[in-house]
Ligand binder design. Structure first.
Ligand SMILES: C[S@@+](CC[C@H](N)C(=O)[O-])C[C@H]1O[C@@H](n2cnc3c(N)ncnc32)[C@H](O)[C@@H]1O
Length: 335
């Protein structure tokens, strides 16, 4: 049975919610017994936000649980029973993220006119409709989990989020896009910070402005964010992108901007120039842990390094100093 927010090692009460392809899914209604490695989740949205569902485990137990999921996926992918995996495939020990919180270097939030409420919020009579900015609610295309802060991103990005909420979420702010009616202006917010440099990019996604008030609000946001004082970083660029596409994804043509359209990030000795949207591992510290593991797995190999599916070339560049030549390849398949 698939039950989100059921911490491995604990016991939960479950209300079955349906069966698909022969597999039941259910909703946790109560944590009856805590797991041995229980930790108090730090995030105020825990339990309603779809991400970070393992926060009730301490960092080491979270890593163990993820390693078990990964082994099960690898076994399923190879068509092997999980118990045969260790004897058939060499899998290196898993390694933990150096940080349990504040590690995400990129986050995308969605504006919404309906929010997702927990059972307790429903019981307290909180209204569903309003002006919200947060994360997609699990299983609900039209609701967002309102997120005044996110503990997975660094303080600098929470500061930009706070500026955005203060400026745009007030009752006198511009209209918010409604994914049911496809009306409204504000759509998404994308924030990115170079963990090694503190450089921040922020992008506001909207529909086409319907009036001067919309245009003025977007320009005021550009000025406020570009000039914002941050606790651990500096906004190097802010941009406003517009799209009327029906799909609920952050995309669009840049309409106006302040500052740069790229930030610098470092992995080892390599410096990466990243746009707001380019692919990069979202946990910079973990990327180094991961690429060190790749380096160790390569042993004393030298000569030519071939980096397939290279993305921005991060693995090849990180390990380049050990090799005479790096050959990297990627293609972007048509959607
Ligand atoms: C997850 S990203 C790369 C991650 C990168 N190795 C890193 O660690 O940062 C996957 C990359 O594979 C590329 N890609 C996807 N399908 C491909 C294909 N059929 N042939 C070549 N490259 C492909 C994508 O464009 C993307 O750059």
């Amino acid at each position: 049975m698939d039950v989100p927010f059921a911490p491995p090692g604990g016991h939960v009460l479950v209300q079955p919610t349906g069966k698909r392809k022969g597999r039941w899914s259910g909703r946790r209604t109560e944590l009856v017994e805590k797991p041995a490695a229980y930790a108090v989740p730090r995030c105020p949205q825990f339990g309603t936000c779809g991400g970070c569902a393992l926060q009730e485990l301490d960092g080491a137990a979270q890593a163990d649980a993820r390693a078990r999921y990964a082994r099960a996926e690898i076994a399923a992918g190879l068509g092997l029973p999980t118990e045969d995996l260790a004897s058939r495939v060499r899998i290196h020990d898993h390694r933990r993220s150096p940080s349990d919180y504040g590690y995400r270097n990129k986050v995308e939030l969605t504006f919404g006119v309906r929010r997702y409420l927990s059972d307790a919020d429903h019981a307290a009579g909180l209204p569903v409709t309003g002006r919200f900015l947060g994360f997609h609610a699990p299983g609900r295309f039209d609701r967002v989990v309102d997120a005044p802060t996110c503990d997975l991103v660094p303080d600098a990005l929470n500061a930009v989020l706070a500026v955005t909420r203060r400026l745009l979420l007030g009752d006198d702010g511009p209209s918010i896009y409604d994914v049911r009616t496809h009306q409204g202006f504000l759509r998404h917010l994308l924030l990115r910070r170079g963990a090694r440099t503190g450089e921040v990019l922020a992008r506001l996604y909207t529909a086409t402005p319907a009036c001067d008030t919309d245009r003025d609000a977007a320009n005021a946001w550009l000025d406020a964010v570009f000039g914002a004082a941050l606790p651990d970083g500096r906004v190097v660029g802010a941009s406003w992108a517009v799209s009327d596409a029906v799909a609920d994804v952050a995309q669009g043509a840049v309409q106006a901007s302040r500052g740069a359209d790229r930030l610098d990030e470092r992995l080892g000795d390599a410096v990466f120039s990243l746009s707001a949207t380019s692919f990069f591992q979202t946990n910079t510290e973990s990327a180094e842990v991961l690429y060190d593991a790749v380096g160790e797995a390569l042993g004393d190999a030298s000569g030519l390094l071939v980096d397939l599916y290279c993305g921005t070339g991060a693995i090849g560049l990180y390990l380049a100093s050990r090799f005479d030549r790096v050959w990297a390849s990627r293609s972007t398949p048509p959607p």
